[in-house]
Design a protein around this ligand. Structure first.
Ligand code: PLP
Length: 355
């Protein structure tokens, strides 16, 4: 198995190990006066810098996920921060490149452009399955990253673990698997394979199943050599103190009932949507949303909007023609959506092709 350190950019490998004012103090003595970090001494509630290593939060996440704190990077701008840092760690601008499946999450492309890194898009098969040989074939000696999103946004399907692990074995670079929707999937997480695949990076987030999108907390799990590099590259105080506390507090709640209800509502929508005249096809989903092929996406989008319902129009995304993406809402919201769709005036399936 490859040593992942060799994929790191030379300028990043040469970075000094990360240290802040407070790291000079090794503990062991009871300090009553903190005048080392130029903080305001008056207790405003937020006058002290937060723990840059996020130790307590990492302990809590490690316990929850069955990994070690040394495997964890936590981003304070969600997974998006981890995506950006991953380019900065591994890809030399204008030299190295990355591969991603298409269609997939737009941030892989945006972050590639911001970092001046070429992103090679490899189309999923028409049934949205993984084109394993094409992905490997798109790589050259400058390819450092392969982005896989499973369950994939916007296609909603999860890829078989064995295919992803085969890619990790055969690809000479880092395989990054974005598991933002893993809590809704029967395929489960690849985290148990982290120790045997040093070139694997797994992204997760608290924005979806955990219901903390507003807090902006995302994670990258990787081999300790790689996590340590994320720690050097990140802004020292990238996760503010109140957020660290709030996430620790919320990790004690049991999200399973909420997640199960979302999944059972998804199953209800998967059953009921295909019977509606404006629906052509509902794609299989392992996530908290459904990609739905409809008769006339743009008109249907406007119709729903005019009734106060906003969905994601994916019809201009290559490979997702004529589709709308529906996040699963509460049972009442889903019932309302189904009834609006049933009442859609242009409800004749043949109308769009006949005219
Ligand atoms: C929603 C989503 C995320 C989460 O992003 P955050 O920045 O953590 O909120 C990550 N990846 C994918 C594919 C997503 O759809």
């Amino acid at each position: 198995m490859q040593n992942p350190s060799k994929y790191i950019r030379p300028c990043i490998r040469a970075l000094e190990p990360y240290s802040t004012a407070r790291d000079d103090f090794k503990g062991g003595i009871d300090i009553s006066i903190w005048v080392d970090a130029n903080e305001n001494p008056y207790p405003t509630g937020v006058n002290r810098y937060p723990d840059p290593h996020q130790r307590r939060l990492k302990e809590a996440i490690a316990k929850l996920k069955g990994v070690k704190p040394e495997n964890i990077f936590i981003g304070g701008a969600g997974s998006d921060e981890a995506i950006d840092l991953t380019y900065r760690i591994f890809c030399e601008p204008r030299v190295d490149n990355a591969i991603a499946i298409a269609p997939s999450y737009g941030v892989y492309q945006v972050a590639a452009a911001v970092n001046d890194v070429e992103l090679r898009a490899v189309a999923l098969r028409p049934d949205y399955s993984l084109p394993v040989e094409e992905l490997l074939g798109a790589a050259d000696e400058y390819t450092k990253l392969m982005w896989l999103c499973s369950p994939n946004n916007p296609t909603a399907n999860a890829f078989p673990h064995e295919q992803i692990l085969e890619l990790a074995r055969r690809f000479d670079g880092m395989v990054v698997v974005d598991e933002a929707y893993v809590d809704f999937s029967t395929e489960g997480s690849l985290l148990p394979h982290l120790a045997s695949y040093p070139n694997l990076i797994i992204l997760q987030t608290f924005s979806k199943a955990w219901g903390m999108a507003s807090l902006r907390v995302g994670m990258a799990f990787s081999a300790p050599e790689i996590s340590e590099i994320y720690a050097r590259v990140k802004y020292p105080y990238n996760l503010n103190g109140p957020t660290q506390e709030e996430v620790i507090r919320r990790l004690h709640t049991d999200i399973r009932p909420m997640v199960n209800e979302i999944i059972s509502e998804r199953l209800r929508m998967e059953r009921e949507l295909p019977g509606l005249p404006c629906v052509v096809k509902v794609y299989p989903s392992d996530a908290n949303f459904l990609l739905v092929k409809v008769t006339d996406a743009d008109n249907l989008y406007d119709y729903l909007l005019s009734h106060g319902v906003i969905v994601r129009n994916r019809s201009r995304v290559k490979g997702c023609e004529s589709t709308l993406r529906f996040t699963i809402g509460t049972p009442e919201e889903n019932t309302r959506i189904l009834s609006l769709l049933k009442d859609y005036p242009n409800n004749d399936k043949t109308s769009s092709s006949a005219t």
